[in-house]
Design a protein around this ligand. Structure first.
Ligand SMILES: NC(=O)c1ccc[n+]([C@@H]2O[C@H](COP(=O)([O-])OP(=O)(O)OC[C@H]3O[C@@H](n4cnc5c(N)ncnc54)[C@H](OP(=O)(O)O)[C@@H]3O)[C@@H](O)[C@H]2O)c1
Length: 284
């Protein structure tokens, strides 16, 4: 199969290229096509004639989306519509990556793909617009909702914690938001298996288990041998971030298990991530 990966230079896109070795992967970055431009997207898809398009490109700055909602909607909403339309025109199937930030966080149990969405922030709203575009304009598609991505190819939360620990004796981390950290290599492998297994519809794909950002930071530091660094819990209100975030955005693994895929725990994934960081010299 020919798989066109749009967003190949991103954190997930980089790991998709590493994990997906069984098919012909065609990587595309924003230099190959700005997804906001329908003609550029059409030309890219027409040139490559893929069996599947994996749309891993997005404007992912959650606080930046509050400052610049036009950009968030142009990339995540209109950009997705452009890709969905081109996929349909050239007979490609579309795999879209979505987010736990679709939810308002008031649930008391893990979210199922069928639960009502009510995004609290512009980023979540723009990704919801992306999902809607997939439903409306693509013919044959799969949507994977995921959360709290971390991987060696991006400056994700654990790397920021490790960097901060180098210079600060004490860190403060939000303890009243709970979700499922997800390693981009594990997500990439699951996406490959879902495509090869002909999955369709909306699915949740995260590492197993859940924690707060505070607990995630503690685990990263402990596993990296920096357990002596003091981490103190703070509230979301104390963190004073621009975008609202859901207090609870754990995604149920039931839809993934139904595809006979189970991902390892976020703690085991953290161990593998730290090995990757060491291998690329980002951690000694
Ligand atoms: N990060 C998270 O915690 C998280 C959580 C849930 C879901 N997700 C979703 O997972 C997916 C991957 O996220 P990520 O963190 O790996 O992303 P990322 O590292 O921020 O990479 C974003 C990618 O999008 C591309 N891009 C941005 N604007 C573009 C445009 N106008 N045209 C074409 N390409 C454009 C970038 O290309 P250039 O580098 O060439 O600009 C880059 O390859 C996204 O759909 C995101 O919404 C992320």
């Amino acid at each position: 199969m020919r798989i066109l990966v749009i967003g190949a230079s991103g954190m997930l896109g980089t790991d998709l290229q590493k994990e997906w070795t069984q098919d012909e992967i065609i990587p595309a970055g924003s230099r190959d096509a700005d997804i906001r431009d329908a003609e550029q997207v059409r030309a890219l898809v027409s040139r490559n004639r893929p069996d599947w398009i994996v749309l891993a490109a997005a404007y992912t700055d959650v606080d930046g989306s509050e400052r610049n909602p036009e950009l968030a909607f142009a990339v995540n909403g209109q950009g997705t519509e452009n890709v969905a339309r081109a996929a349909k025109e050239f007979g490609a199937r579309l795999f879209y990556i979505s987010t736990d930030y679709l939810y308002d966080g008031t649930s008391t149990r893990p979210y199922e793909p069928t639960d009502a969405i009510a995004p609290l922030n512009v980023y979540g709203q723009s990704k919801a617009a992306g999902e809607k575009a997939v439903h409306m304009y693509a013919q044959d598609w799969c949507i994977a909702r995921t959360s709290w991505l971390f991987g060696a190819a991006g400056a994700s939360f654990p790397e920021k914690i490790l960097r901060a620990a180098e210079t600060r004796p004490e860190l403060t981390v939000v303890a009243d938001q709970v979700g499922s950290p997800t390693f981009t290599r594990d997500l990439a492998g699951a996406m490959r298996d879902l495509v090869r297994g002909e999955a369709r519809g909306v699915l949740n794909v995260t590492n197993a288990g859940s924690c707060s950002w505070f607990e995630f930071a503690q685990e990263v530091l402990r596993q990296a041998g920096r357990g002596a660094v003091r981490v103190s819990p703070i509230t979301t209100a104390q963190a004073a971030r621009l975008a609202k975030r859901p207090a609870y955005s754990v995604l149920s693994p039931a839809s993934l298990h139904a595809q006979h895929i189970t991902l390892r725990s976020w703690q085991d994934a953290t161990k593998a991530y730290l090995q990757d960081l060491r291998a690329c010299g980002k951690l000694v």
